[in-house]
Write a protein that binds this ligand. Structure first.
Ligand SMILES: CCCCCC(=O)SCCNC(=O)CCNC(=O)[C@H](O)C(C)(C)COP(=O)(O)OP(=O)(O)OC[C@H]1O[C@@H](n2cnc3c(N)ncnc32)[C@H](O)[C@@H]1OP(=O)(O)O
Length: 586
């Protein structure tokens, strides 16, 4: 008999006949000779009917969330062999809308068990019956906890059927997602401490108060709303939350925006049949192409209802884009807050947007193709031009949003489709020319940038183009990294233009990959330097984030480090205090 669960404190082992192991009473079907119960995955197919649709004839997000919660729970209970409850659902990004008549296919399986909780990975795909075309609607990650027996918590057995490379990848990423999930509150608290520095970019002039979007709605939990444990079904709660949030979003400017993503549902406590659930929703803030609605759920039993004693059981933040048919043109109006609590919600939305961005890019396991290009005489002129042009285009992008702000230093982020770029703006008390010469000599960079362990000149192509080999320290117990880059610098052609120092990876035979380093790549990075006055200048550092660069800024993105600001301070100090002989070197 294989015990597959034990009570956390070890006093009592709750031992279940591991029906997962195909023992007696196994009701398995068989598939390719495997016991059905051994397949860790659970699958659901649904034909989308009008009763599942919203006012636009599209599958409602609330209905999809119900199906997701059900299948995730069934996957969790298949692993645990015990009743399970939803603790949270991470960010869900809806990538496709689903029409009535199409087929929804949902697969769920436990990626990893921790102690008393486990992560369930869910993939939702839509199939068009007529064309057979399959498209991904969303992926989601739920955390489920085995329902405590009385007050005793249940320790889960580990996931042991990792067969494919994807299983192993999800197993590894699950611990990173858990770290970010559980760190979420700390990161939020830490970033909120600096939120007073986040200038409301032009929002003071806004005439639209968030108060006009406030919504309150009540539901009575009836038996059809209960799950198989007798508690209120989590998916139903999420559907009601989505309903209240959509009404709030539609009140902003008289149209129904499209739900784009959900930012972490957290089920703080159970509710039961007979409870009154009060849903409070309001637009917290708007960004150029999206807005955030916050929804809070309070539960009351009959006695609490008469006493006005609420139990806060859930909160979530839903992100809406302009209606899908106008998404490419429509931007949301800016909003203003009219109370202290409104200001807190307004700033918190900016902080959550930053954390979502970080989670999305830190956890995206997308593999890039090679970014470097071979460096040889035939393409030198083109590559040098392309290097400078790419940085100029990056600096000229719209949509740079303030991420953090200090005196003399401001950090911006820009997300376009799946590409994340960072910008660090520094105000320095030196001339643009002096900053240009010092920053374009990469061999000086290890003296102020702790992310550079060493930087050696590999080839001097001409006065304005050089190749360097850079080594960087190890991060997160990984191997140290190295880069081979082309530095191309340009002085202004006319008054008012910026000085440019552009960097991109190249491959050269004289610097082959070194087994002691992870050869990494820079796609587009560098400095734009412009006059602020006769004796001061503005230095803007840009980097289009690649998987090789991400480890060095992930902490900054997620809010648990200020490495970019610290490096910027060090750069400013270097430029303002460099000794004359280094300048004379030019
Ligand atoms: C039909 C389909 C049914 C679908 C299912 C439902 O409808 S269920 C109905 C909706 N859901 C609910 O009603 C659940 C309401 N919430 C609760 O009962 C409780 O908050 C809880 C049992 C989830 C957690 O209880 P506690 O907070 O006391 O437990 P504790 O703090 O020890 O956490 C237990 C484990 O859960 C993890 N955990 C807790 N909160 C978490 C969160 N927001 N996100 C991720 N993981 C979380 C902890 O890390 C720990 O994992 P480790 O021990 O591994 O470190």
């Amino acid at each position: 008999m294989n015990p597959d669960s034990s009570v956390l404190n070890g006093t009592v082992d709750i031992v279940n006949e591991g029906h997962l192991n195909g023992t007696a009473g196994d009701s398995s079907g068989t598939e390719e000779g495997k016991s059905f119960n051994m397949m860790p995955e659970v699958e659901m197919c649904q034909s989308v009917l009008p009763c599942h649709a919203n006012h636009k004839g599209r599958l409602s997000a609330g209905q999809l969330l119900k199906w997701i919660d059900i299948i995730a729970c069934l996957a969790a209970e298949k692993h645990a062999g015990l009743p399970c409850v939803t603790a949270s659902i991470d960010d869900i990004q809806f990538e496709e809308t689903v029409r009535v008549g199409q087929i929804i296919n949902i697969k769920a399986k436990v990626n990893r068990a921790f102690n008393t909780s486990m992560e369930v990975g869910i993939r939702v795909v839509v199939q068009d019956v007529l064309t057979g075309v399959l498209k991904r609607v969303c992926v989601a990650y739920s955390t489920f906890v085995a329902k405590p027996v009385g007050t005793q918590k249940i320790r889960l057995k580990p996931v042991d059927c990792l067969t494919t490379a994807e299983d192993h990848l999800e197993y590894a990423l699950a611990s990173e997602r858990r770290r970010l999930r559980l760190y979420n509150e700390d990161a939020f608290t830490k970033l909120m401490q600096d939120s007073h520095l986040l200038k409301a970019n032009g929002k003071e002039s806004s005439q639209i108060s968030t108060e006009r979007t406030r919504v309150q709605s009540i539901e009575l939990v009836l038996p059809p709303h209960a799950n198989h444990h007798g508690n209120t079904f989590g998916g139903q709660i999420m559907a009601w939350m989505e309903n209240a949030a959509t009404v709030a979003a539609s009140r902003l400017y008289g149209t129904y925006p499209t739900l784009k993503s959900v930012d972490m549902f957290k089920f703080r406590g159970p509710s039961s049949v007979g409870d009154r659930l009060v849903f409070k929703a309001i637009v917290n803030n708007t960004f150029q192409k999206s807005l955030e609605v916050g929804v809070r759920v309070e539960a009351y039993d009959c006695e609490e209802w008469t006493q006005g004693k609420a139990r806060h059981i859930n909160s979530a933040f839903l992100i809406y884009n302009a209606s899908s048919d106008k998404a490419h043109t429509q931007t949301f109006p800016s909003v203003k807050y009219t109370s202290k609590d409104g200001q807190r919600r307004y700033l918190a939305a900016i902080v959550r947007k930053r954390i979502r961005l970080a989670r999305k890019h830190i956890l995206s396991s997308k593999e890039e193709g090679p970014l470097s290009v071979p460096w040889d005489k035939s393409n030198q002129v083109y590559l040098s031009y392309n290097n400078v042009a790419a940085l100029t285009v990056l600096a000229g992008k719209h949509g740079w949003e303030v991420n953090s702000s200090q005196p003399k230093i401001r950090v911006y982020m820009n997300e376009e489709l799946d590409t994340l770029s960072v910008q660090v703006e520094m105000h320095v008390r030196v001339s643009s020319l002096q900053a240009f010469f010092l920053l374009s000599d990469l061999s000086l960079r290890p003296s102020w940038d702790r992310h550079y362990s060493s930087c050696e000149e590999v080839q001097v192509v001409n006065e304005d183009d050089k190749l360097y080999h850079i080594t960087c320290p190890a991060v997160n117990k990984d191997k140290p990294r190295d880069f081979v880059v082309l530095m191309s610098r340009r002085q202004p052609c006319k008054e008012g233009d910026s000085y440019i120092v552009a960097l991109r990876s190249v491959t050269v035979a004289s610097v082959p990959p070194d087994p002691d380093y992870t050869r990494s790549e820079v796609l587009c990075a560098g400095f734009l330097i412009s006059d602020a006055s006769s004796a001061t200048c503005k230095v803007s550092y840009y980097n289009q984030v690649t998987s090789g660069v991400l480890p060095y800024i992930a902490g900054n993105l997620a809010g648990w480090s200020k490495s970019m600001e610290e490096t910027a301070s060090s750069c400013i100090e270097f430029l303002e205090n460099v000794t004359d002989q280094k300048i004379c070197a030019f």
